[in-house]
Design a protein around this ligand. Structure first.
Ligand SMILES: [Fe+2]
Ligand SMILES: [Fe+2]
Length: 476
């Protein structure tokens, strides 16, 4: 059982004290990380006391400690899930052989690229949310934002550890670059497009947690299957923290739905304008935000058919989420996968791809099924409230910028339509200027303990068995 050494400068369960060179290199990176946090982490809240959880072990039970801390004093550390004895490679050409404790030379650059891309999203999301704290709908939500921010910071540590420990000088340089690129920076932007858009309102934040961070969860799940064992163990522990991020997204959107239903009942109308006059969010507006965030998150999985995806699977670098439990065939050498592609005549046709080349699509399908869960819950709420409205995920062909459907105009059901019709109908499908203006007008900060902004219902319970009206953040 691994324990975490908190007397160290960098809390860790990787026996850092016995690797002086690595320890020194990471202690050299640490002050830069802190500088980055102070500059681009939550704006103006450095002196506030925040009720946060901190990882203190990697046990399924009781891995976190809760307490009040100022964010710059948060103990960011390096934690790997415990090794699985005699673990063997779970997929690809080397299926069944022992897992690797070092990166095989021939796969080094592929691993590095994947780790850097994953690592880059972690600080990027903190930067995107830099100013969000100023318009929090409650102290409870403010605390959840900060919890996610510090944990994304820890995820950066997780990736930087792997780079430093296993990639030598290249790895150290990449770790520097992770702090040098910035979200939205013209000269040095973050690697993935979506992570360069600022998140300026809380509806977008909840959508980000629900859709975009969920992409992160699926990438982590597939890296947790990796044959490179230290990476697999790092990602397994990151997933423990990730569950809370999904929770914040799902319950945040669910609380907005609940509040909207209350308002609809109070005023006896589902007229969007009347709902907006009450300072709430109408369901059609919410639907347009879901359309926007879902479609942009789908692109993060890459093209339907990809030789790169085939290689990373064949080489045992990146598996499928829940590879062991969800699939029978772990080699996929001669199976195929059916995909839908444009037929070039304005329609849809079925095509077959070798299974290995379709791994991005397999991952995207699993992601879409996971995205459905929240919608089912919200629709139940709406139904129980006695309303007919149904929230829906658009087709995965809608508004894609990457893959077979890139720049092919379709309606929400994924039916190809002509460009003119598409452009005419798009204001009904995506957030309009007036939608965004309304959401912006709602963003006023509420910081009295237990109080909520008018557009969101209170959570069902507080954090770690504390009451909802606990003072989760004591503002400086
Ligand atoms: Fe993360
Ligand atoms: Fe996350």
């Amino acid at each position: 059982m691994s324990t975490i050494d908190y007397s160290e400068k960098i809390p860790n369960n990787v026996d850092l004290a016995n690797d002086r060179t690595l320890q020194r290199a990471l202690e050299h990176w640490q002050p830069r990380f802190l500088e980055w946090w102070k500059e681009l982490g939550p704006n103006d809240f450095a002196n506030s006391d925040v009720y946060l959880r901190t990882a203190v072990g990697v046990d399924a039970q009781g891995w976190a400690h809760y307490g009040t801390v100022k964010m710059p004093d948060y103990r960011w550390g390096i934690f790997l899930a415990d090794p699985i004895a005699d673990r063997t490679i779970g997929f690809g050409d080397s299926y069944g052989q022992p897992v690797w404790q070092q990166v095989p030379g021939e796969f080094r650059s592929q691993f590095r690229r994947l780790i850097v891309t994953q690592g880059d999203t972690e600080p990027a999301s903190v930067e995107q949310q830099h100013k969000l704290g100023h318009s929090c709908p409650s102290l409870y939500d403010l605390r959840n934002l900060f919890q996610i921010n510090v944990e994304e910071g820890r995820h950066l540590w997780a990736m930087v550890y792997i780079l430093h420990a296993y990639f030598g000088r290249d790895g150290r340089e990449e770790a520097e670059e992770l702090l040098a690129r910035h979200s939205g920076d013209v000269d040095k932007p973050r690697i993935l497009g979506t992570f360069n858009e600022p998140i300026e309102d809380w509806l977008s934040f909840f959508c980000f947690c629900y859709f975009t961070d969920r992409d992160g969860k699926f990438q982590l799940k597939s890296l947790a299957e990796s044959s490179f064992d230290p990476l697999a163990r790092t990602c397994r522990f990151m997933l423990t923290e990730e569950a809370h991020h999904m929770f914040v997204g799902e319950t945040g959107l669910g609380r907005i739905v609940r509040r909207t239903l209350e308002v609809m009942k109070e005023i006896g109308s589902d007229d969007p304008e009347a709902i907006r006059r009450q300072g709430a969010v109408d369901l059609p507006l919410l639907q347009r935000y879901l359309n926007f965030w879902f479609s942009s998150s789908l692109d993060l999985f890459g093209s339907e058919v990809s030789s790169n995806a085939a290689t990373t699977f064949a080489n045992g670098i990146k598996g499928r989420p829940d590879e062991t439990t969800q699939y029978q065939d772990h080699v996929c050498a001669d199976s195929s996968f059916e995909i839908e592609v444009p037929d070039g005549k304005g329609g849809v046709m079925k095509d077959k791809s070798p299974m290995r080349n379709a791994m991005n699509e397999v991952l995207r399908d699993a992601y879409i099924r996971d995205c459905e869960i929240g919608l089912k819950r919200w629709n139940m709420q709406i139904k129980r409230g006695g309303y007919k409205f149904e929230l829906k995920l658009p087709s995965s062909r809608f508004r894609r910028a990457i893959g077979a459907w890139a720049n092919i105009p379709t309606d929400l059901d994924g039916r190809p339509i002509d460009r003119e019709e598409h452009d005419r109908r798009i204001p009904g499908w995506l957030p309009s200027a007036s939608d965004r203006g309304h959401v912006k007008s709602l963003m006023r900060r509420v910081v009295e303990p237990g109080k909520m902004a008018a557009w969101i219902a209170p959570p069902e319970r507080g954090v770690n068995n504390l009451p909802v009206d606990y003072e989760y953040v004591r503002l400086a």
